[in-house]
Design a protein around this ligand. Structure first.
Ligand code: IPM
Ligand code: MN
Length: 330
């Protein structure tokens, strides 16, 4: 069966790492048809297109979207991130951001293996709020965090399902219930209610500040973590840092209800300073493509890619892609 993939290489090193990911997927014997979409900061500078409703409608026809990285220094910060990345997350209802971390923390000796499930369509990311009297001493800025029972519950249920499918069957809720009394209470109550449906899953709760310490000092305590959009954003950069670096950090933006294509991207950015030098590590993009294959029910190819990425390869971007492709082909 051919899987139809929309490819948004994007800016900077995005196209370079995405090309290696596609190379590895093909080497693993998975039949994909790719269609390139020229989107990102460079495209915006050319003709003003960020992500129009027409292009969004075209993307909806694909099985999945593979994205490299977007953003270029010539475009005001946040414009492409919100107009392209966040717009896809919201409009395609990619309500789960799944980020696996397998690695050994600096100074540690045994590898950890945990997954962060980050709510991906609500929280402070929705852009609720505004500003009054801008630029004056009486300026007021508010930025709301939106948490719906529906949004919180579907995210928590996904995390319980995932925990239930893993050997350790353990799920930790991370929030800041001691201060964020309203949203924290909704998350905590929903978590406890859903837990009653999963007798096989053991649960824990950590405040987000404490979780930062555990990520560094005791990551082995974690199996699956579920948390809100902003805590998940921050925690997953830390997760990358304690798991071999951001060059290995992969992510899946999922619509588990499959009412639209899911989107797969490395956690890292466009790194314009190293574009064209061959220094970009394509491993995060390759591991993101493996997450895409999991979602396309090509799990055995995905597992072979993960095994092939486990032993580090040195060399240029294409050297690393070629070496991993050769390993999965065998
Ligand atoms: C991420 C990124 C994005 C986010 C930015 C680029 C908007 O940091 O995917 O983690 O904050 O979600
Ligand atoms: Mn981030």
């Amino acid at each position: 069966m051919t899987h139809n993939i929309a490819v948004i290489g994007g800016d900077g090193i995005g196209p370079e790492v995405t090309a290696e990911a596609i190379k590895v997927v093909r080497a693993a014997g998975v039949d994909i048809a790719t269609t390139d979409f020229d989107l990102g900061g460079a495209r915006y500078l050319r003709d003003g297109e960020i992500l129009s409703d027409e292009v969004l409608a075209e993307l909806r026809a694909f099985d999945c979207i593979l994205l490299g990285a977007v953003g270029t220094p010539e475009v005001p910060p946040g414009l492409i991130e919100r107009g392209l990345l966040l717009k896809m997350r919201f409009e395609l209802d990619l309500y789960i951001n799944q980020r696996p971390f397998v690695g050994t923390a600096p100074g540690g000796d045994t590898p950890h293996d945990f997954v962060v499930i980050r709510e991906n369509t609500e929280g402070p990311y929705v852009g609720e709020g505004g500003v009054l009297r801008r630029g004056t001493p009486l300026e007021v800025a508010t930025q709301g965090s939106v948490n719906t029972r529906h949004g919180v519950e579907r995210c928590i249920r996904y995390a319980f399902d995932l925990a239930s499918s893993r050997p350790r069957k353990h799920l930790t809720l991370v929030h800041k219930t001691n201060v964020l009394a309203f949203s924290g209470n909704l998350w905590e109550r929903t978590f406890n209610e859903v837990a009653a449906d999963y007798a096989d899953v053991a649960t824990a709760y950590n405040h987000v500040d404490a979780a930062c310490i555990y990520f560094v000092q005791d990551p082995h305590r974690y199996d699956v973590i579920v948390t809100d959009n902003l805590f998940g954003d921050i925690l997953t950069d830390l997760g990358g840092a304690v798991s071999g670096g951001i060059g290995l950090a992969s992510s899946a933006n999922l619509n588990p209800a499959r009412t639209g294509p899911s989107m797969f991207e490395p956690v890292h950015g466009s790194a314009p300073d190293i574009v064209g030098t061959g220094k970009a590590n394509p491993t995060a993009a390759i591991l993101s493509a493996a997450l895409m294959l999991d979602f396309l029910e090509e799990g055995s190819a995905a597992d072979r890619i993960r095994v092939a990425c486990a032993d580090p390869v040195t060399g240029s971007t294409t050297d690393v892609g070629d070496a991993i492709a050769a390993r999965v082909g065998n």
